[in-house]
Write a protein that binds this ligand. Structure first.
Ligand SMILES: *Cc1c(COP(=O)(O)O)cnc(C)c1O
Length: 401
């Protein structure tokens, strides 16, 4: 996305604002599809929680993608966006039996990640096909909050519990049609991923009625120049070959499924914020923008790095800044960053703002959540209005005291 386009969007729609590039989303989708072109049946289920705007979901629907949902609300959003139930997988963690039953009633693929619910669900609904989430206990991923496959993780059914799992399946006579793992975000080492895949293949041999194996996601994207990312092409080559071998052994052409979020949308998004104040202290120059962790929490929550460019003065002399927000609490976006000279009212562009940014935004400090704009075929479309004071009051009940 060109600086001039982004500056115009900030002018037309105000700041702060999220901007997504449909072309980049499509590029990533096709890149992943191509990497696994040697697999006969490939299914990509976009992980809705990364960026759940209904227009973005419509775009994925148009590309032929399915979706991965983690709540009944995401599932409903998907149906509203036009996805057929068979293109939706429901992969919650720690939700009630009732919520899973509600999803099953809507006809989507159910994925269960604990033995207690598996037994209850299988006893009541033995005919509904179920996918099971396995925890292969492989340590992968970056920050401990985003690596979810390790031994202490709350996700999935431990591979050490397979005998018990098999007994439940046998006793209830339920139909297990898929197995799944999702080991966490920011996978760098392909060999670790392949190692976890072997555990999944081993587990798969226990089930005779499988239709698919879901390898989750966790592909790493680059956050700054020189950053390493998951080598999707190499992973595609190696895993496809191994998957095809496995299908031969298994005696059936299974579907290989993935559910990427970040890989598909992270780089497609930017966040634009305006500099309110440049504040010089004894040790630092702060650039304070009209936003904070209420709109983009990842740096504070995970320590994630978002590259920040001054698109109002891209050729200016570079200086060091700490970029912070206007929240009354520490809300640092970046410490001691080299950015071209910043003046008040400049527009800063935060990169990699497509995934887990808007979807984690809040009203903290009673601020409005920003607008969202989708660049589609050269035109900027408003896909979510900025909130108003009415939204802040909505659902609040004023009692007379
Ligand atoms: C969050 C999540 C994903 C997406 O992970 P990314 O790192 O964004 O690709 C996939 N599957 C499940 C079950 C998830 O919870």
């Amino acid at each position: 996305m060109k600086d001039s386009t982004l500056l115009q969007i900030a002018k037309d729609f105000g700041s702060p604002v999220y901007v997504y590039d449909a072309e980049k989303i499509e590029f990533q989708y096709k890149r992943l599809t191509k990497a696994f072109s040697k697999v006969k049946n490939l299914k990509l289920n976009y992980a809705v929680k990364a960026l759940s705007n209904i227009s973005v979901l419509r775009l994925f629907n148009k590309l032929g993608s399915g979706i991965d949902t983690v709540s009944i609300q995401e599932l409903r959003l998907g149906l509203k966006a036009g996805f057929k139930p068979e293109d939706i997988i429901f992969t919650p963690n720690g939700v009630s039996l009732e919520e899973i039953e509600e999803a099953a009633k809507l006809g989507v693929q159910i994925n269960i990640d604990n033995l207690s619910i598996l037994e209850q669900f299988g006893t009541k609904h033995p005919k509904v096909p179920v996918c099971i989430r396995i925890n292969p206990h492989v340590m992968a991923g970056g920050n401990t909050n985003i690596s979810v496959g390790h031994i202490d993780s709350k996700f999935g059914i431990s591979i050490h519990q397979i005998p018990l799992l098999l007994r439940i399946v046998e006793n209830t006579n339920m139909n297990i049609n898929g197995i799944h793992m999702h080991t966490g975000s920011d996978i760098l080492d392909i060999d670790v991923f392949l190692y976890a895949s072997e555990i999944l293949f081993d587990t798969a041999k226990n089930f005779k009625t499988l239709e698919f194996i879901d390898f989750g996601s966790g592909f790493k994207v680059p956050y700054k120049k020189g950053d390493i990312e998951t080598n999707i092409e190499e992973l595609g080559e190696k895993l496809s070959q191994r998957f095809n071998e496995f299908c031969k052994e298994y005696g059936k052409d299974l579907t290989l499924a993935f559910e990427p979020g970040k890989f598909l949308v992270s780089e497609a998004g930017v966040f634009l914020a305006k500099v309110n104040v440049v504040k010089q202290t004894t040790s630092t120059v702060f650039a304070q923008v009209d936003s904070g962790f209420n709109h983009l929490i990842r740096p504070m929550l995970y320590g994630s790095q978002h590259e920040i460019l001054n698109i109002s003065n891209p050729k200016g002399r570079e200086r060091f800044y700490s970029v912070v927000g206007y929240i009354c609490e520490t809300d640092t976006f970046a410490n001691n960053r080299r950015i071209s000279e910043i003046n008040e009212n400049d527009i800063l562009c935060f990169k990699n703002a497509g995934a887990y940014c808007y979807s984690m935004a809040s009203n903290y400090n009673s601020r409005y959540r920003p607008a969202e704009v989708l660049l589609y075929k050269g035109k900027a479309h408003l896909i979510r209005k900025r909130e108003t004071f009415d939204d802040i009051l909505n659902n609040q009940v004023e009692i007379v005291l």
